[in-house]
Design a protein around this ligand. Structure first.
Ligand SMILES: CSC[C@H]1O[C@@H](n2cnc3c(O)ncnc32)[C@H](O)[C@@H]1O
Ligand SMILES: [Zn+2]
Length: 436
């Protein structure tokens, strides 16, 4: 949309989800000025005559979805190693293939994922992987927002450990605040079962030195918890607390197997949890205690994990799963209502990534938002648009996407990425991996 000299444009006649605010849906208009929201409300604000107008009829505007855990380049391994438990899947399928990944593979795998995420309404994603300069490059080029980190597996010699840690530090330092502030970084040992305790302590020190948050996989399977007790005499939560991880702002992925005491430790230390229901179901890891975590005051957001354990990156699916499975396992139909699932995909996502100015639609917030086409059979009647967004919608209903006030997806097509080339290169990259 062309802007006028005040850099403003206005959306009229729209319905807007404003999660976390007094009234969850507003019917009216929203003014965008540059990369931020200047106004949202039922009344028409006074504006210059030449402010461009975008007609929001039949559109439901929502904050862009925030995917708080994943490994984007793993989309190259989608469908490669289905129906296996985590450790076998990692050791026999993923790690041997990932050992062959080149920078170019990571670039095209990440591009494939970012394309899928943007078209499906995700405007911010977290990525923990290797060859992270390539992930940052895709982020810069595509216009998406991202929290990026070099994930480190420490099952190697001390020399290689040192090299990987230095890479993680260098990446975090070089890229924090880059791409017009759309990239932020974290420090990320992969998991307590792949990083020895003294190695994890070095990551904690780095996080202090760089003043950055930490992210790790934790308590994903029963086998992992039992191994932690055998190896270190503690369950993973107490183990990471003892190593100082939670003395930094922290986000842990999965946290499926927790005791009441562990939920207390996470709550006291303000540790956020990225709940990954699709991946946890597919790998048969279990069902996280989300209602208990939320009740204890823990911030719980949503992640897809990599496309090789999901097998798509549709955050609407994760919100729907979160709203459904906790009802199913608890027998309580009020567990994770639609509005709470929406907050997990938006407001709590922003909190989990330590981002202050995304996650809802309000004056002063970054203009990261999406529009769903509600003029479709599965959105009618218009009883409750938040209910429809959680229980009826999918990423395929996303018509438009804006990040930083710039339109990235228009009528379902990505304006910033070469879709045809990405599809071709990703297929070629997978075939190259098989042949090496
Ligand atoms: C060091 S880069 C990230 C590393 O994580 C692996 N991974 C992907 N999904 C999971 C998961 O659910 N639990 C643990 N580790 C996972 C991925 O294959 C990369 O090697
Ligand atoms: Zn993961």
């Amino acid at each position: 949309m062309a802007e006028n000299k005040t850099n403003q444009w206005i959306i009229k006649n729209g319905s807007f989800a404003v999660p976390g605010q007094d009234k969850p849906v507003i019917q009216g208009c929203m003014v965008i000025e540059g990369d931020r929201i200047a106004y949202i409300g039922e009344e028409m604000p006074e504006l210059e005559n030449d402010v461009p107008v975008f007609d929001g009829t039949h559109l439901f505007f929502m904050p862009g979805l925030i995917n708080t855990h994943g490994h984007a380049a793993m989309s190259l391994l989608r469908g490669y190693g289905d129906d296996l438990a985590l450790q076998i899947w990692l050791q026999e399928k993923m790690w041997p293939m990932e050992a062959k990944f080149t920078s170019s593979d990571v670039y095209w795998g990440t591009a494939l994922s970012v394309l899928e995420m943007l078209k499906g309404g995700t405007t911010t994603f977290l990525d923990m992987y290797d060859h992270m300069d390539q992930v940052a490059k895709v982020t810069e080029e595509s216009g998406i927002r991202a929290s990026l980190m070099r994930g480190v597996i420490g099952l190697c010699s001390e020399d290689i450990q040192r090299h990987k840690l230095n890479e993680a530090i260098q990446f975090a330092r070089d890229w924090n605040g880059k791409a017009d502030g759309r990239i932020t970084t974290m420090i990320s040992p992969h998991a307590p079962y792949t990083c020895p305790p003294d190695f994890i302590e070095k990551f904690v020190q780095a996080a202090f030195d760089l003043d950055l948050p930490m992210h790790t996989h934790m308590s994903e399977t029963i086998a992992e918890v039992e191994q932690n007790v055998r190896d270190y005499g503690l369950r993973p939560v107490a183990h990471l607390e003892k190593l100082g991880v939670f003395s930094r702002p922290s986000l842990v992925a999965h946290a499926v197997h927790l005791t009441d005491e562990e939920i207390g430790i996470l709550a006291r230390n303000n540790v956020a949890v990225s709940h990954n229901p699709g991946s946890n179901l597919k790998l048969a890891s279990g069902v996280a205690r989300v209602t208990d975590l939320l009740k204890a005051g823990v911030t719980v957001s949503l992640g897809t994990d990599g496309a090789a354990s999901n097998n798509n990156l549709d955050m609407f699916e994760e919100m729907r799963l979160a709203a459904l499975i906790h009802k199913g396992v608890s027998g309580d139909p009020t567990a994770v209502p639609a509005y709470e699932a929406l907050k997990m995909g938006t407001v709590y996502g922003a909190q989990s990534l330590f981002l202050q100015d995304v996650g809802t639609l309000a004056p002063g917030m970054k203009a990261d938002f999406i529009a769903l086409n509600t003029d479709q059979a599965h959105f009618l009647p218009h009883t409750d648009l938040i209910s429809h967004a959680i229980y009826s919608a999918s990423g395929k209903d996303v018509e438009h996407v804006w990040v930083d006030g710039k339109q990235i997806v228009k009528h379902g097509a990505c304006l910033t990425m070469d879709e045809e080339r990405i599809r071709r290169e990703a297929q070629a990259a997978f075939e190259g991996l098989l042949s090496r």
